[in-house]
Design a binder for this molecule. Structure first.
Ligand SMILES: Nc1nc2c(c(=O)[nH]1)N[C@H]1C(S)=C(S)[C@@H](COP(=O)(O)OP(=O)(O)OC[C@H]3O[C@@H](n4cnc5c(=O)[nH]c(N)nc54)[C@H](O)[C@@H]3O)O[C@H]1N2
Ligand SMILES: Nc1nc2c(c(=O)[nH]1)N[C@H]1C(S)=C(S)[C@@H](COP(=O)(O)OP(=O)(O)OC[C@H]3O[C@@H](n4cnc5c(=O)[nH]c(N)nc54)[C@H](O)[C@@H]3O)O[C@H]1N2
Ligand code: SF4
Ligand SMILES: [Mo]
Length: 743
């Protein structure tokens, strides 16, 4: 397959859908907002441009400008000054307008006068809401201690409240989705190998070969990252994609390895063993930087091509081809570390193997390889430390998960909630996370929430999780608030290395009664008796003081169109003391394999198929489901089914189905079948984030199937405590009849 793709053609795929939806118009009785599905008017006459926006439709934080007419934001664009995303933003970034003016947004504080999970909302004043939050959180703290509270944060605005609960209230039960269901294992796996976390800064733009394990760029979209990938392809890099599905990246690949899910570590071990046995590894790099080579070599010596081919269900020849292609392009190979890596509960070992492969190829600190470009550090101002300390940390108490990412594994928190051991957890603060859809086994989440004495949610939309709040507070959206200071680097410009600083500045004033997170946290802190410890009085002051520490200010940034650019440093080169633990003694001492090891995952039971999920190119998880532009681009999440299997089952493209899993949990909503040769016969695939159950979402509710509803079997990664989510098995239900999946 060729990889002759231009950047334009590629970005078209993502933007096409967003541009071609039908015209519909719904007017909300409550706000009078028109919900038009039409694109913004083509002419921007009479608009003024506001700079300083930073997108948070996802967490890549592209820099934005907004076009404003009649006090209304009518268009978002990439900030032309940006050396990161440039003028480009993705379909989701564009559609931020429709989040801002979504009639269903949370507008004022609400109190649940019904039940958790089946709420009835009563509008209350901020004063009443904050008094209740303060009093009830304080009561739980007094009765159970700081560790009687759990926090589920996500996103830039959640850091300040998270620090308050951790450092001042003494809450060790903090679980971020980005760590325990996303990329935490990657960071831990690389830390245990390279002593540094990878970021995604692998130098794809300058690589001769790019190796993607499960990453599917084009569906997974982070603008500047995708640009680096495309730049590499345009310059002729070979592309290897390991994926059970013919993904957007597989479609551009030179080698597509249609691997059996869960077996990637076996594949990596065989590639590495082949390189070692044939002396095709970087001996100089290994001698200079790697420890434990002999143990490593003997530890992987069983991994023959035949052994792996059988386990991975792929041709022997293909593994050899991959190894040869990597070796012949080394060291300029980009072994991508991945991002969502919580797959099967055997993931830490796979991430270690990926890091080891990178080292064997000497692909560190070189063009095309693993690099660590240095961005300017802007230190955040936050609460001073001084809570109860770590002795109550669940993770430490249980003496479990020595390689856990920062925070506490979500499962340990739910265990404590449900058993009261080692201590009860009786209040919960959920801020920018939707644990209903981000954490597997929804029943356990519901049960954990139901036993709480108090649940606070701070969000911008009504979602599946907000239905469990006692008090629900409306935060200002990312277009209406100061916030996070984004820093980064650009090292692909011809001989020029640059870095930038871009604080989030509001493009419009906050609407309704929405308030920012610093204000909300401070007001709660005062009412919990911690007013004396407040580190900063407003979000604007916080950002201004943080900028001050690097000789900048909000005023200065306004003059600089929202982005300050400085000279950067050459990211290439390897420090003399950079050390790679091919064999990690500490891991072995903790009772886990010290050499990367393949651990088999549960096989698909007869009559079922494995449920696999991933990113939709036009949505971010669940958070964008009510966005009318994005909804029109992809209203449901079709379930991909292999064509031969479909034929045997009598299913046709577009058939309406629901799914039932091997624990007899049935999806509460339906979707359609997508029949395709581009998927293995032993899996089905769907986009994550659909199937919201909150009826207040007038666009997104009940559209498509929520994959998380069907992910009930837990697979905990033994080294890290993170959740593996791809060991669940389903059957189809059509017209009320359960259909077995043929062998
Ligand atoms: N089954 C399954 N589970 C997964 C994944 C998967 O693919 N499949 N993906 C995993 C990954 S990679 C990740 S990163 C996580 C994502 O997990 P989450 O970040 O929890 O994802 P969302 O479901 O989008 O929920 C986000 C919540 O934050 C709210 N929100 C959005 N913006 C703001 C804001 O500015 N302020 C506040 N206060 N709230 C806001 C949204 O309305 C929503 O309620 O999920 C993980 N879990
Ligand atoms: N459009 C869009 N882009 C996003 C996001 C978004 O919500 N929307 N979210 C961002 C975030 S927070 C994250 S973490 C990243 C996630 O993006 P990725 O890290 O790319 O993760 P997923 O989307 O979960 O990846 C799913 C891919 O893995 C393949 N796969 C499934 N099982 C296996 C297996 O066992 N082995 C192999 N080799 N492959 C397998 C699937 O077929 C699919 O192609 O995307 C980021 N970018
Ligand atoms: S990748 Fe898209 S959604 Fe994410 S920050 Fe950039 S423009 Fe926004
Ligand atoms: Mo993620």
């Amino acid at each position: 397959m060729s990889c002759k793709v231009t950047r334009r053609q590629f970005l078209q795929t993502a933007s096409l859908a967003a541009a071609s939806f039908p015209l519909t118009k719904i007017v909300s009785a409550e706000t009078g907002f028109a919900r038009t599905a039409s694109p913004p008017p083509g002419s921007f006459e009479g608009t003024r441009t506001v700079t300083g926006g930073v997108c948070e439709m996802c967490f890549w934080r592209c820099q934005l400008v907004g076009k404003i007419r009649d006090n209304r934001l009518i268009k978002l664009e990439g900030n032309p000054k940006s050396i990161d995303n440039g003028k480009s933003i993705c379909a989701r970034g564009n559609a931020g307008i429709k989040l801002l003016y979504d009639p269903d947004r949370l507008k004022y504080p609400l109190k649940n006068v019904g039940e958790r999970g089946n709420p009835q909302w009563k509008r209350i004043s901020w004063e009443e809401a904050l008094n209740e939050c303060g009093a009830r959180l304080k009561a739980v703290q007094e009765k159970y201690g700081g560790h009687g509270i759990a926090v589920f944060p996500h996103g830039s605005s959640a850091k300040y409240p998270m620090d308050f609960f951790e450092r001042v209230v003494g809450t060790p039960n903090i679980s971020e989705a980005s760590f325990f269901q996303c990329r935490g294992i990657r960071d831990s796996g690389y830390m245990a190998t390279f002593a540094t976390a990878p970021d995604e800064n692998v130098d794809m733009a300058n690589a001769k070969a790019i190796f993607l394990l499960g990453c599917h760029f084009g569906e997974n979209v982070h603008v500047s990252h995708v640009k680096r990938y495309l730049k590499g392809l345009e310059k002729g890099a070979k592309l290897i994609v390991v994926d059970p599905r013919y993904s957007a990246s597989a479609a551009k690949s030179d080698i597509w390895v249609r691997i059996k899910p869960g077996t990637d570590t076996a594949f990596l071990l065989a590639v590495m063993n082949y390189l070692v046995e044939r002396d095709k590894f970087d001996k100089k790099f290994v001698a200079a930087h790697c420890v434990g080579f002999q143990q490593f070599k003997s530890g992987i010596s069983h991994a023959s091509l035949d052994w792996a081919a059988k386990i991975c269900d792929i041709p022997v020849q293909q593994i050899r081809e991959v190894a040869e292609l990597l070796a012949s392009n080394a060291p300029h190979v980009a072994i991508h570390p991945g991002r969502h890596v919580s797959w099967h509960g055997n993931d830490f070992q796979r991430l270690r193997a990926q890091a080891c492969l990178t080292a064997l190829l000497g692909a560190v600190g070189v063009q095309g390889g693993f690099v660590k470009p240095k961005a300017l550090k802007v230190k955040g101002i936050s609460w001073a430390k001084g809570g109860e300390g770590v002795e109550h940390n669940l993770r430490l108490l249980a003496d479990k998960y020595p390689y856990s990412p920062p925070g506490t594994p979500s499962e340990l928190i739910r265990d404590a909630c449900l058993t009261g051991k080692p201590y009860p957890i009786k209040a919960c603060v959920i801020w920018g996370q939707n644990p209903m859809q981000s954490i597997p086994n929804q029943q356990r989440t519901m049960d954990a929430l139901k036993q709480m004495e108090f649940v606070l949610c701070v969000d911008i939309m009504p979602t599946d999780i907000t239905m469990y709040a006692d008090i629900l507070l409306p935060e200002a959206s990312y277009l209406e608030r100061f916030d996070f200071i984004k820093t980064g680097t650009q090292w692909n410009l011809a001989d020029k290395h640059q870095q930038y600083v871009a604080p989030r500045m509001p493009l419009v004033d906050a609407m309704f009664e929405c308030r920012d997170g610093v204000w909300i946290t401070n007001e709660i802190a005062k009412r919990m008796g911690h007013g004396d410890k407040i580190p900063v009085n407003s979000l604007e002051e916080k950002v201004n003081r943080e900028l001050g520490a690097v000789n900048l200010s909000i005023d200065q940034l306004r003059k600089e169109e929202g982005i300050h650019i400085r000279d950067g440093q050459d990211p290439y080169g390897v420090a003399d003391d950079f050390e790679v633990q091919l064999y990690n003694e500490d891991i072995a001492d903790n009772g886990y394999p010290g050499v990367p090891t393949y651990i088999p995952v549960e096989e698909v039971p007869k009559g079922f198929t494995r449920l696999v999920y991933g990113r939709s190119p036009v949505h971010t998880f669940n958070r964008t489901q009510n966005n009318v532009w994005l909804h029109h681009a992809m209203p449901v999440n079709p379930v991909w089914l292999n064509d031969e299997v479909a034929e045997k089952m009598g299913l046709r493209d577009g058939d309406e189905v629901s799914l039932v899993n091997s624990e007899d949990i049935k999806s509460t909503t339906k979707t359609v079948v997508k029949v395709t040769p581009g998927i293995r016969k032993d899996i089905v695939y769907m986009y994550h984030g659909y199937g919201s159950r909150n009826s207040l979402l007038s666009v997104g509710a009940h559209a498509g199937i929520d994959d998380q509803e069907l992910i009930t079997k837990l697979a905990i990664d033994p080294e890290t405590g993170c959740h593996g989510m791809r060991n669940n098995f389903v059957k189809f239900v059509k017209d009320g009849k359960v259909l077995d999946i043929p062998a």
